[in-house]
Design a protein around this ligand. Structure first.
Ligand code: ZN
Length: 439
């Protein structure tokens, strides 16, 4: 590996409920190096949102030098590639000096122009619109899109955020719309009743809770009832497998169909900025090798650590820097990605093997780093569903004990973790998991 692919995160971190004091950390992570570790690059503190982009200047200047000259670590030289900057919509508007997400020309990917409906900005057009390019951005060819000059103009980089746009944006809004409906905002917009009855909400909530004991420990948060939806975190809305290159084209068709039909299903106020950004999601998955690589989950995790480490309102920046120095002087304890510990206990013993077979570990045969395993291997499997696509595409299968054989296999044959569910009819369901879940 001679390249280091850097992802940056720029976001505000309010420190106290009683004051407006906010930290603005610039965080980094190398996305092609395991384990991925988040590190601070610069931190600014103030009682309001930064009024100008001066606080980013040193970071951008250093980045330009690194990208031009590379980085020497020991006697090995690395090229630095700035892959993406992860920002929510307000931070992106600030950092890129573009119109915010409620403006007419707010999309930084394409030249869509919004339509104001009952004082809400909607972006319902699903035709293929011309994309913005680095040169059109630098030349500010669309004056409606820009608010000023951004120090990031000179760096060709995408600004993305799957976590805020999809998990906390569209998924949360849909779920609330299904269980609570939508209040009437003006006399022109009638009240929208919930799509689900109270009884259906209760049944879904009970089923979510029943899943709790079947989820392996890599799920940082176990499912909660829909009654607690206001307290759900981003990762709880993140129920789908991430979109890989093979799935991206199909996912794009489904997402386009969803955005097209969303006005009809949920009203003309529904297709706002976050909904429109779904049309650009599959391209991000291809560009970055999966949405996990361009999401804010790991950065949010680090921000929460910063928050825990601030003990008083005095000398905030020195407190943060001191805690950071203490943490880097301690040996790094790698997370679950570095050393996989195998067990024969449910729900942490189910996997998909490299040949595609599902298996359950019955016994770990030795205590080496890569042990041999006695497994129940299910030699046949069938799609869990066929519509709108075969569930094989997202690693969801059914099988049964009748096709199971006991085998000794090396742990290196294991491809991914899975969830095993036993259905009442004797069928067994395997759901392959493609990524780790973080707070
Ligand atoms: Zn767009």
């Amino acid at each position: 590996m001679n390249e280091l692919h850097l992802s940056l995160n720029i976001d505000g971190l309010p420190l106290f409920k009683s004051s407006k004091v906010t930290l603005w950390p610039v965080l980094g992570r190398i996305i092609n190096l395991e384990p991925e570790i988040v590190f601070p690059i610069a931190i600014t503190c103030g009682s309001s949102k930064p009024q100008c982009l001066e606080f980013l200047k040193e970071t951008v200047d250093e980045l330009k030098i690194l990208m031009q000259n590379g980085l020497l670590i020991g006697d090995k030289a690395y090229s630095i590639i700035l892959s993406c900057i992860v920002c929510d919509a307000p931070a992106k508007s600030m950092v890129k000096a573009i119109k915010n997400h409620t403006g007419y020309s707010s999309c930084d990917r394409c030249v869509i122009r919004g339509r104001s409906v009952h004082r809400r900005m909607t972006l319902a057009d699903c035709t293929t619109l011309p994309l913005r390019t680095a040169s059109s951005f630098r030349a500010q060819t669309d004056p409606e899109h820009h608010r000023g000059y951004s120090p990031f103009c000179d760096l060709q980089v995408d600004m993305v955020n799957y976590m805020h746009c999809v998990c906390l944006g569209v998924m949360r809004r849909l779920l609330l719309r299904w269980i609570r409906g939508e209040k009437s905002t003006t006399k022109h917009v009638p009240l929208k009743r919930p799509s689900l009855s109270a009884h259906q909400v209760q049944i879904i909530g009970e089923r979510l809770l029943a899943l709790k004991t079947h989820l392996p420990k890599i799920f940082a948060r176990k499912p909660r009832s829909l009654v607690e939806v206001d307290r759900w975190k981003a990762t709880e809305f993140r129920v789908s497998k991430h979109v890989t290159e093979q799935l991206a084209e199909f996912a794009h068709k489904l997402l386009t169909s969803f955005v097209k039909k969303s006005s009809e299903l949920y009203g003309e106020l529904f297709p706002v900025y976050n909904v429109h950004m779904l049309l650009h999601l599959s391209k991000d998955a291809i560009t970055f090798g999966g949405l996990d690589k361009c999401s804010a989950f790991r950065f949010e995790n680090y921000m929460q650590q910063i928050l825990k480490n601030v003990r008083s309102g005095k000398n905030l920046l020195s407190q943060v820097v001191r805690r950071h120095k203490e943490s880097v002087s301690m040996p790094i304890v790698n997370d679950q990605q570095s050393v996989k510990k195998f067990t024969s206990e449910r729900p942490n013993n189910s996997y998909i093997l490299e040949n595609g077979h599902c298996c359950e570990i019955l016994e770990v045969l030795d205590d080496s780093i890569a042990p041999n395993l006695k497994c129940q291997v299910f030699t046949s499997k069938y799609p869990l569903f066929q519509s709108p696509c075969t569930s094989n595409l997202i690693g969801a299968y059914t099988t049964s004990l009748t096709v199971a054989i006991i085998k000794r296999i090396p742990s290196s044959y294991i491809a991914s973790t899975a969830i095993l569910l036993e259905l009442a009819n004797g069928k067994i369901v395997f759901l392959g998991i493609a990524h780790e879940f973080f707070y």
